[in-house]
Design a protein around this ligand. Sequence first.
Ligand SMILES: *Cc1c(COP(=O)(O)O)cnc(C)c1O
Length: 396
Amino acid sequence: MKKAQNSEEKFMDISHILNHLGEDREQYFNAVAPPVVQSSNFALPSIAAFREAFSDELHHHVYTRGNNPTVEILRAKVAALEGCEDALVFSSGSAAVAAAVLSQVAAGDHIVCVRSPYSWTHILMTRFLPRFGVSHTFVDGTDMAEIEAAIQTNTRLLYLESPNSLTYELQDLEACARLARAHGIVTCIDNSHASPIFQNPAAMDIDMVVHSGTKYLNGHSDVVCGVVCSTKERIRKIFEAELMTLGAIPSPHDAALIIRGLRTLELRMQRSHDSALRIAEWLEQHPKVERVLHPWLPSFPQHELAKKQMRGAGGLFSIYLKAERIEEVEVFCNRLNRFLMAVSWGGYESLMLPMAGFYKIPGKGTPSRPWNLIRFYIGLEDPDWLIEDLRQALAG
Ligand SMILES: *Cc1c(COP(=O)(O)O)cnc(C)c1O
C-alpha cells in the first residue's frame, strides 16, 4: 500500500486520504460525494454552544470566512497528504504564499529566498514587503554555502521552491532544514511542482508547505486556490491573523471541486510523470533541440538530489530550441496543434509556455529568460499523440 511518505509512521495510506479521510458520510444521508455547504452562516442551538464555538472558531461552524464543513474536509485531506498536523485553504496559491510569509515576519525582519521564485512571490518580496520594513536576500538555492552566507541576525524565514517551475533548480531540503534550525529560522517551501504525491517536505523537517492548489491538487483547470500546511500551532496563528483578516478564502463550491479533483490525484500524477518523461527523452534525442531540462533525466545537473528527495517529477519540463532567430521559435510554437499556449499547469490538457511570448511586449523590458526556452506541461493525453504533434512542428 502506498503511503503519502513511506518512511514515517504518521503518514497514512494515500487511497484512504483521497477517498475517505475527513468525510463523515453518516452526517449527510450516507451521500458518497460530500455536500457543498453553501452557507455563510451557522446557527448555534444554545448560549452554551455559542460560547463553546467562539472558544475555537477554527474547529466549530460559526461563519464561513473561518470554517466551513466542505472546506474542512479539504483541509484534512491536504494536511494528511503532506504529513502535517493541519492545513488552511485559500482562494489562490498567491494568497497562501502571502499568508505563510506574512505570518513569520514583522518590521525589521529579513527573509532569505531562493532566486527567481514564482513571479508573484518575487513581487511579494521585492515590492510588497519592503513597504512594511521586511527585507530579503535572494540566493542561488543550489548552493548551500550561499544560503548560509545570506543569513543575518534578523533573518526569520528561509523561503524555498524546489523544484522551481520553469528551470527546476532544487534545494537540498534536509540540509536547508538543518541549517535553518541551527539558526532558529523557520522554513517554508512552495511544493506546487512536485505535489504531495511526489515530495513531502515536512518529512524532511521543513516547517511550512504551501501549494498552488490551482495546479495538480485541483487538476481540472477550473479552480484557483492555495493551501498552507504546518503544525496545529502555526496554522492556528495564521487562521487568527492572515486568514481571518485578509479573508482570502475559497468558496465551498470550489472546495468541493478540489475534493473531486483529489480523488484522481495519484493517478493523474503518475500518468503525467510517465508521459512527460517519455516525451522529454524523445525531445532530448531530437537534433533541433539544444537541451532538455527535466529533473528525472540523468542529464539534469541535480538528478541525484531529485531522486533522493522526490518520488517523481510530474508533468513539467522545459526545452531550449536550437534556433538562430526568435522567429524560428514562433514558427515551431504556432505549428503545434495539440498543446494549448497558456500559463499555469496541472490540468488534464497539455500546454506550452514559450518565453519568446514575453519578448517584444510594448512597454515591457527584456525578460531574464532566453527566448528559445519553452516550458511544456504534459497532461493526460496519449503521449504518442503528443509526440506526433511535436514531430511535425519540429519538421517545419
Ligand atoms: C501558480 C503558482 C503559484 C500561484 O498560485 P495561484 O493559484 O495562481 O495564485 C505559486 N507558486 C507556483 C510554483 C505556481 O506555479
